[in-house]
Design a protein around this ligand. Sequence first.
Ligand SMILES: Nc1ncnc2c1ncn2[C@@H]1O[C@H](COP(=O)(O)OP(=O)(O)OP(=O)(O)O)[C@@H](O)[C@H]1O
Ligand SMILES: [Zn+2]
Length: 483
Amino acid sequence: MVEIRLTNTLTRRKEPLVPLDPRNLRLYLCGPTVYDRAHLGNARPVVVFDVLYRLLRHVYGAQHVSYVRNFTDVDDKINASALARQAAGAPGTLESLIAERTAETIGWYHADMDALSALRPSIRGEVSDRAEPRATAYIPQMIAMIETLVAQGHAYAAQGHVLFEVRSCPGYGRLSGRSIDDMIAGARVEVAPFKRDPMDFVLWKPSDASLPGWDSPWGRGRPGWHIECSAMSEALLGQSFDIHGGGIDLQFPHHENEIAQSCCAHPQAGFASIWLHNEMLQVEGRKMSKSLGNFFTVRDLLDQGIAGEVIRYVFLMTHYRKPMDWTADKVREAEATLRRWRALAGDAGDGAAPDAGLVEALADDLNTPGALARLHQMAREIAGGGGTGDGRRAVFLSSARALGLLAAQADQAPRGPDLSELRDRLQALRIAAKASKDFSDVDALKARLAAAGVAVRMTADGVELTAGAGFDPAAILRLEQQP
Ligand SMILES: Nc1ncnc2c1ncn2[C@@H]1O[C@H](COP(=O)(O)OP(=O)(O)OP(=O)(O)O)[C@@H](O)[C@H]1O
Ligand SMILES: [Zn+2]
């Protein structure tokens, strides 16, 4: 079996991946906060971890890999953006504005990441909403974990908040490699009267009547960001799992705090064995970020006619542990290469095993530049002729596909009817209607879905859409394009 080696941020070494359970290799990636389109930087971890996910599926088998990537759909940035839209005159309650926006953003995220040929997360190979948990669906688990931390003396309640007491956690700072005192000196920690120590961070905070909130032992409130991932990873992957990932910007404080919470709640468990972090996509030497305003979205590039596969290739050109820039030269190189490679692969058959040298490059800490170099070499050999052309072309094609490149046209076209965006929209309208007692928008969308051959079933926890007889994809497309 191929030995996979990964650089573990926790130990700062390249280490062999030793699965806790080879029949269920478990991977958690911190997903997006859903209030806006993903920018190109947000797509880098998705592509990097998709390469890892594909490699794990190749080595261990798709049913033996679980990949969970969450949606953070409760967050102060989401609240602030909904409040701003309300202030600008958008109709509806804050709750309905938030529900609409998070559902819409999740639909955009899926469409954009699908365009980059990123496989959807799955649990033991099964793609479902469970593999992409929304934080708001796991509030009871978060409350239970906070209660455990309070009971074990690692957290305290004060003025409607619950704070994690950082100095109660022996290994705190190990992931980021800093002492608590250095962190206080270097970080912009929020000093607040209810904190015993400025480093203590929020597990739970109070919500006034105008903000989303849930009942808890500490009053109506909402979770802090860090506890979301600790609770969701435990619920779906267990107290110990193999790999936890994200961008390097999450190393501190988000991941340091996740470790503190999970390891103090379950001192006998290991939490994540390997911490894997991708470096940043930069613009003129600075991280591309919403707050700096130096960003463009994946959708902007797709709309300019740059193929998702080209964006993916540009990411693969740089090793994940190095910062990178997006340049027009790289785009030209990717487009020319992919055009040549498609022509070379021609009608090669599917199903060959990928080249061992390429798999070896990926197993060596996801060396994607090395894997691309191997593909270039294979392409030169095929172009140079030689008798066994067909077999070589089949290996070339499956090797490119191991990297998520040269997908079959059928894979790129939407597979069957994807009704998730419309389902999310109907659900958002329904939440809004419950608040406003005006169901006319819900009824109108239901009628249009029925006319397009879609059966609608409303249950206590959600909406189910199924394509029935008379399903009309063109009508669905028109519905999707209507605001
Ligand atoms: N410039 C970047 N390069 C690579 N990864 C990034 C970049 N910016 C954010 N990420 C990663 O994107 C993922 C989603 O993060 P999230 O939705 O919280 O974005 P964000 O941090 O709010 O973005 P921003 O920093 O622009 O506000 C995280 O894993 C984060 O590390
Ligand atoms: Zn997280």
